[in-house]
Ligand binder design. Structure first.
Ligand SMILES: Nc1nc2c(c(=O)[nH]1)N[C@H]1C(S)=C(S)[C@@H](COP(=O)(O)O)O[C@H]1N2
Ligand SMILES: [Mo]
Length: 381
């Protein structure tokens, strides 16, 4: 498997902040507005192998569209021999597959960059794993019969808005090769229930291993095209760029990441953690990568200076996160910085420092959690 192309660029000093960028420690009303709509998965929910529906993260560029399941249709059109129009019942009547897949937003970790683009300011919570049920895309394209001049497949959602000054439907495309992969599905159920409105009812695309933007929600039209699709979310959004002017390279697969459940108890406002000194603290978490299977998770309890291997749980499904645990016996009361780091089967691992790019994508630098280990509780008489 190829390793991940990531431009590594020195950060501009905050005195020369370009327009549309914010410095660390500042949060704008626009970002707060986005953050309140697009919630993350509370990290304690890493305890569930399958994320309960309401705890799965959400990212919605525009508004959740109103969809009437009775009149909704899926069209397969463009450079095909026989265009298709399917009702939801017809989609569901096709052979069904159910699979656990981890989704992560390409902007996860963005708030850890400085400067960062002013857009959804994710910390680390833009992740979740669903048990998704649907039908394979490939056979449907086969049935429609792609013509010889076909080069890409465009997926159009029903949601509409303005981004970067461009009015648009949310649209993404895949190469023919990617669209034909057998794990690419059109899904209509999440965790055994019809897709809820916020996750794309009645149907969405799912490309396991790729960042979340690929999984077009409220899917209405699949268009086979004879030239590369240059819609906003392909040509402007979701590209790795060292400078705003350059064309950049497309964001595709998920870079490896391990996260841990923050141990102990939090302080309400700062969310700093307190752990009692008198017991073994079992650190637990999950790790995933779109470039291969997770083969190693390491834990540091001294601020990423030394590392020790965590125990890996079984692989649940190739494109789903893998559980890990690490028993930690704090050396005594005091301040500790915990960190965790994943490595996948393609030898990709996580950097200690954030890899910077203009869009703030794919920042998979290691999670660090500050923990106060409190002296053993004194027993009152
Ligand atoms: N139609 C449509 N599909 C979309 C989006 C959107 O705004 N509109 N957001 C994308 C992005 S950026 C992500 S990360 C995932 C989020 O999926 P979720 O909200 O179900 O977790 O959906 C993707 N599919
Ligand atoms: Mo996203």
């Amino acid at each position: 498997m190829p390793s991940i192309p990531v431009p590594s660029v020195p950060e501009p000093a905050s005195s020369e902040l370009p327009p549309g960028m914010a410095a660390a420690g500042q949060i704008s009303t626009e970002e707060l507005q986005l953050a309140a709509r697009n919630h993350g998965m509370p990290l304690e929910a890493l305890r569930y192998p399958i994320t309960p529906v309401g705890l799965h993260y959400l990212l919605i560029h525009f508004d959740i569209p109103a969809v009437d399941a009775g009149t909704w249709r899926l069209s397969v059109e463009g450079r095909v021999r026989s265009p298709l129009t399917l009702t939801l019942e017809e989609v569901k009547a096709r052979p069904a597959v159910s699979v656990a897949v981890t989704f992560e937003c390409a902007g996860n970790g963005r708030a850890g960059l400085s400067p960062r683009p002013i857009t959804q300011p994710w910390l680390l919570e833009a992740v979740g794993t669903g048990q998704w049920t649907g039908t394979a895309l490939g056979p449907l394209l086969e049935e429609a019969g792609m013509l010889d001049d076909a080069v890409e497949v465009v997926f159009t959602g029903l949601d509409r808005g303005v981004e970067g000054g461009v009015e648009q439907q949310y649209q993404r495309s895949l190469s023919l090769e990617d669209a034909r992969r057998e794990d690419v599905l059109l899904v209509y159920e999440l965790n055994g229930q019809p897709l809820p409105p916020q996750h794309g009812f009645p149907l969405r695309l799912m490309v396991p291993g790729w960042y979340g933007m690929t999984n077009v929600k409220w899917l209405s039209t699949i268009t086979v095209v004879d030239e590369p699709f240059l819609g906003y979310q392909m040509a402007r959004g979701y590209r790795m760029r060292a400078t705003p002017e350059e064309e950049g390279t497309p964001v595709t697969r998920i870079a490896p990441r391990a996260l841990m459940v923050p141990p102990g108890i939090p302080e309400f406002l700062s969310r700093r953690r307190v752990v009692p000194a008198d017991s073994v603290c079992v650190l637990t978490g999950r790790a995933w990568s779109g470039w291969g299977v997770i083969e190693r998770v390491e834990v540091s309890t001294d601020g990423a200076r030394t590392w020790d291997d965590a125990d890996l749980k079984e692989v649940m499904s190739p494109a789903a996160w893998r559980g890990w645990t690490y028993p930690w016996q704090p050396t005594g009361p005091g301040e500790f910085e915990l960190a965790c780091r994943a490595t996948d089967s393609a030898s990709n691992t996580q950097p200690l420092d954030p890899p910077w790019n203009v869009g703030g994508y794919s920042n998979n630098s290691v999670q660090r959690i500050h923990v106060t280990v409190a002296p053993p509780a004194s027993h009152s008489p």
